[in-house]
Ligand binder design. Structure first.
Ligand SMILES: Nc1ncnc2c1ncn2[C@@H]1O[C@H](COP(=O)(O)OP(=O)(O)OP(=O)(O)O)[C@@H](O)[C@H]1O
Ligand SMILES: [Mg+2]
Length: 318
């Protein structure tokens, strides 16, 4: 069956800087793909490329429809993106109800539909008349979700939707999203740098590092038998639900300008706990790109030594 969303060999370049390199994945109807990886790994760029907000090379398809270029404009409306900070995405001058109604496709029954959508995200319909600043962060994020659902999307992309919220509110919003996903059979791309959160939400997980997917597979398998040392490091450092590290804009800026061109060999080798920095015999990591043979490995792992995982340090999935 044709997947709901298919991304093949997606590359995104900003001038000389390549933010996303050769990313491929498919999301079947009604399932959730989790994208996880550290800050700057390219997760949001993938999301933005899908909805036409980043310059994409490669193939992006929604069912049978091409999502790229000018021809993809109409189809791109069937993909809705919910961002990290709803303060930035909700117009402060408009009422909650107007913001949600903006996403509605047809005319007529608008206020009734807005009320239904508010109830769907467990908000009181009377909140339709208030402005976003009168709501809590968690309530605002629910409004953003309701607005995305108003468009009756075929795919919902949730990009760090809980990162700006307090821990207790994060759990509420995550549970809401998971309930909606199940009840409505939503197809989702769920993005977070928190592997615990991604594990909770996803059927499949794709792990990104430095603009590439370095491992992907069924969520349970990637968590219980990770093949790539980077995935193992994420697992070992699994934060409590919501213990987020927010980078300042300055730090992000510095990481872009200071990042050297990728070295030959494996991108991850300088930090790899089982790579040439600690194992002198692993010179291949310095010379050969392990992504080249990823297709031959379980979970498409971009690691020359992926198959040796059992011999490596045990991981504690927390
Ligand atoms: N418009 C742009 N111009 C230049 N570089 C960009 C642009 N957008 C993103 N980048 C760079 O691309 C890289 C990937 O960024 P992206 O926002 O996709 O990462 P991310 O995985 O979503 O990180 P985070 O977890 O912090 O949200 C970063 O180095 C970022 O600075
Ligand atoms: Mg991001």
């Amino acid at each position: 069956m044709t997947p709901a969303l298919s991304v093949q060999d997606l590359t995104v370049r900003y001038g000389a800087f390549t933010a996303v390199r050769g990313v491929s994945f498919e999301v079947p109807h009604g399932s959730v793909l989790g994208l996880v990886g550290e800050s700057g790994s390219g997760k949001s760029t993938v999301a933005r490329a899908i909805v036409g907000l980043a310059p994409a090379q490669g193939a992006i398809r929604l069912g049978d429809a091409d999502l790229t270029g000018r021809r993809g404009r109409a189809a791109r409306r069937r993909v809705q993106l919910v961002f990290q900070d709803p303060r930035g995405s909700l117009d402060p001058r408009r009422s909650v109800g107007d913001s949600i109604a903006e996403g509605l496709r047809g005319t007529g029954r608008r206020s009734a539909r807005v009320a239904e959508l508010l109830e769907l995200v467990s908000l009181d319909p009377s909140l339709a008349v208030v402005r976003p600043h009168q709501l809590s962060g968690g309530q605002r994020q629910r409004v953003a979700i309701a607005r995305a659902l108003a468009a009756d999307p075929e795919v919902l992309i949730a990009d760090e939707v809980t990162a700006s919220l307090d821990v207790s509110v994060q759990a509420v919003v995550l549970n809401l999203l998971r309930r909606l996903q199940r009840e409505l059979g939503l197809t989702m791309v769920f993005i977070s740098h928190n592997l615990a959160v991604v594990r909770y939400m996803s059927d499949e997980i794709a792990v990104m590092f430095n603009g590439r997917v370095v491992e992907q597979g069924p969520a349970g398998e990637v968590i219980s038998a990770p093949e790539h040392p980077y995935t193992r490091s994420l697992l070992a450092a699994i934060p409590e639900l919501g213990a987020h590290r927010l980078l300042s804009e300055e730090a992000v800026e510095a990481s872009v300008t200071a990042r050297p061109a990728p070295p030959p060999g494996c991108d991850y080798r300088l930090r790899c706990p089982v790579g040439p920095a600690v194992r002198e015999d692993r010179a291949i990591c310095r010379t050969d790109d392990p992504a080249a043979q990823a297709g031959q490995r379980l979970h498409l792992a971009a690691c020359h030594f992926a198959a040796e995982r059992t011999a490596l340090a045990p991981v504690n999935p927390g």
